[in-house]
Design a binder for this molecule. Structure first.
Ligand SMILES: C[S@@+](CC[C@H](N)C(=O)[O-])C[C@H]1O[C@@H](n2cnc3c(N)ncnc32)[C@H](O)[C@@H]1O
Length: 389
C-alpha cells in the first residue's frame, strides 16, 4: 500500500495533486527497490524535485509567490532585482560589453525587473540568457518575458566561453544534497528506504571518499557532538567547478541563504538545515507530499569559495544581502517614490523585508566569483565578509 504522509497542521492537497504525488511516490519506491532497498538522500531529493514530468520543479506545481509554497526576494520586490541590475551594469561597463546569464529564473520576475531597469539606464546587455532546468518554469518565463523579444534566449547548457554577468538567486539551495550522520560509532550516509508502506530514513556506512574527507572537516567543527546530522552540497560545488571552465571574463553573483562553515557546522545545528515548504508552511519532513513540496538546504559558502579557488576563480565579494542592496542604492530607490505616499509605504515595507536582520537581510548572503575583472564591485564596498569564510 502506498500512503501519503502529512504532519497534522499542513493543508490537504486537492485530489488531482494527491494522485500526482502518489505517482512520484511509486517512481521513487521503484528506484529504491532497483537500488537494493536504499537510496542515498541526494538521489531522493533529485527525484522529488526534478524527476521528469513528476518532480516538484519539473512538473506543474504553482511553486513561487503568494499562491505557491514560498516567496523569494524577486517575488517580494522589484527593488531587489533593480539593485542586481545596477551591479550587472557596473560589471558590463568594466568589461566593455557582454551578456547576462541567469540560472534558475523561477517565474521570470527577476529577469523582467532587471531588463526594465537596464532599459531605463539605457544599458541593455547584448543578450539575456536563461538556463532553467524546469520545463514548467521555462514555459512561464517565456510568456512573461515575450515583450523583450529575441534578446532573451533560453539555453540548455552554458556557452563554452562566456563574458558577462552570471546570476543565480536561490539556485544553489535547490540542488540535491548528501545527508551525513556523525555518530559515536562512525560516520554514515543517510538515505531513504521503503518501510510499512511509506518512506523512512535509513543509513549506510560512508563509502564516498570526498564525503569522508568532508566528514572529518565537519567533525572538527562540531567539536564531537553526536549524533550530528547535516548536509553536504557536492552538486553546488560541482556547479562552481563547471563555472570555472566556461566563465571566460566576468562575475557570477550567487545569492542564497547560508553561512560560512563555522556557522553552518555549528555544534548546535545538529539537525542540519534541510527545510521543506508547502503552501507557506515550513517543516523538516522531506517525505511529505513528494512532488508537491519544495526541499532545500542552506548553503555552506566556505565550501563554495574553496570550489571557486580550485576552479581558478577569485572570490571578489561576500557580504550579507542587506549590505549588498544598500551598497547598490536601495535607499535612493525608496526616496524616488516619496511623492506618492501609498507607493512609498509599500516600498518601505519591501525594503524592511529585504534588509532587516530578522527578515532576509542577514541570513541571505551575496557572493561574487570573478575572473579577469579588476574593477571593484560596489555591492561589496559597504561590508566585506570574506575574512569569515
Ligand atoms: C528556489 S527557485 C528560485 C527561482 C528564482 N531564482 C527566484 O529567486 O525566484 C530555484 C530555481 O532554480 C532552478 N534550478 C535548480 N537547479 C538548477 C540548475 N542546476 N540549473 C539551472 N536552474 C536550476 C529551479 O528550476 C528553479 O527555477
Amino acid at each position: 500500500m502506498v500512503a501519503i504522509t502529512r504532519p497534522a497542521r499542513l493543508p490537504v492537497p486537492e485530489p488531482a495533486a494527491q494522485a500526482h504525488s502518489l505517482a512520484l511516490v511509486e517512481h521513487i519506491r521503484a528506484a529504491i527497490e532497483a537500488a537494493g532497498g536504499f537510496l542515498p538522500f541526494h538521489r531522493y531529493m533529485e527525484a522529488a524535485l526534478y524527476a521528469p514530468g513528476l518532480g516538484y520543479y519539473s512538473a506543474g506545481a504553482h511553486k513561487l509567490g503568494e499562491g505557491g509554497d514560498f516567496t523569494t526576494a524577486p517575488e517580494l520586490s522589484p527593488l531587489f532585482s533593480r539593485c542586481l541590475a545596477r551591479q550587472a551594469q557596473e560589471v558590463l561597463a568594466a568589461l566593455g560589453g557582454g551578456s547576462v546569464l541567469e540560472f534558475g529564473a523561477g517565474t521570470g520576475a527577476m529577469a523582467e525587473a532587471i531588463l526594465d531597469e537596464l532599459t531605463r539606464l539605457d544599458t541593455l546587455p547584448e543578450r539575456y540568457l536563461i538556463l532553467e532546468v524546469s520545463p514548467d518554469l521555462r514555459q512561464r518565463q517565456r510568456a512573461r518575458l515575450a515583450r523583450f523579444g529575441a534578446r532573451v534566449t533560453w539555453i540548455d547548457a552554458p556557452p563554452p566561453a562566456f563574458r558577462g554577468v552570471v546570476l543565480a538567486n536561490e539556485v544553489l539551495d535547490a540542488m540535491p544534497v548528501h545527508r551525513l550522520e556523525l555518530t559515536k560509532v562512525g560516520v554514515f550516509e543517510q538515505g531513504v528506504t521503503w518501510r510499512g508502506g511509506c518512506f523512512a530514513w535509513d543509513r549506510r556506512p560512508l563509502a564516498n571518499r570526498a564525503l569522508g574527507e568532508r566528514a572529518e572537516r565537519i567533525a572538527r567543527l562540531t567539536e564531537g557532538v553526536t549524533p550530528y546530522r547535516t548536509e553536504v552540497n557536492l552538486a553546488a560545488e560541482g556547479w562552481v567547478a563547471d563555472l570555472g571552465r566556461w566563465l571566460e571574463r566576468g562575475v557570477a553573483l550567487l545569492i542564497d541563504y547560508g553561512f560560512p562553515e563555522h556557522e553552518f557546522y555549528h555544534p548546535q545545528r545538529h539537525q542540519g538545515t534541510l527545510m521543506c515548504h508547502y503552501r507557506h508552511h515550513a517543516h523538516d519532513d522531506p517525505f511529505v507530499y513528494p512532488g508537491l513540496q519544495d526541499l532545500t538546504a542552506h548553503v555552506d559558502f566556505s565550501a563554495i569559495a574553496r570550489a571557486a579557488l580550485e576552479a581558478g576563480l577569485e572570490v571578489a565579494g561576500y557580504t550579507a544581502q542587506a549590505f549588498f542592496l544598500l551598497g547598490q542604492g536601495l535607499e535612493g530607490m525608496l526616496q524616488e517614490a516619496q511623492g506618492d505616499e501609498q507607493a512609498y509605504l509599500a516600498l518601505a515595507q519591501q525594503v524592511k523585508r529585504l534588509t532587516l536582520p530578522s527578515e532576509m537581510g542577514e541570513l541571505f548572503k551575496v557572493m561574487a566569483l570573478a575572473r579577469g575583472l579588476d574593477a571593484l564591485l560596489s555591492g561589496f564596498a559597504l561590508h566585506d565578509r570574506r575574512p569569515t569564510l
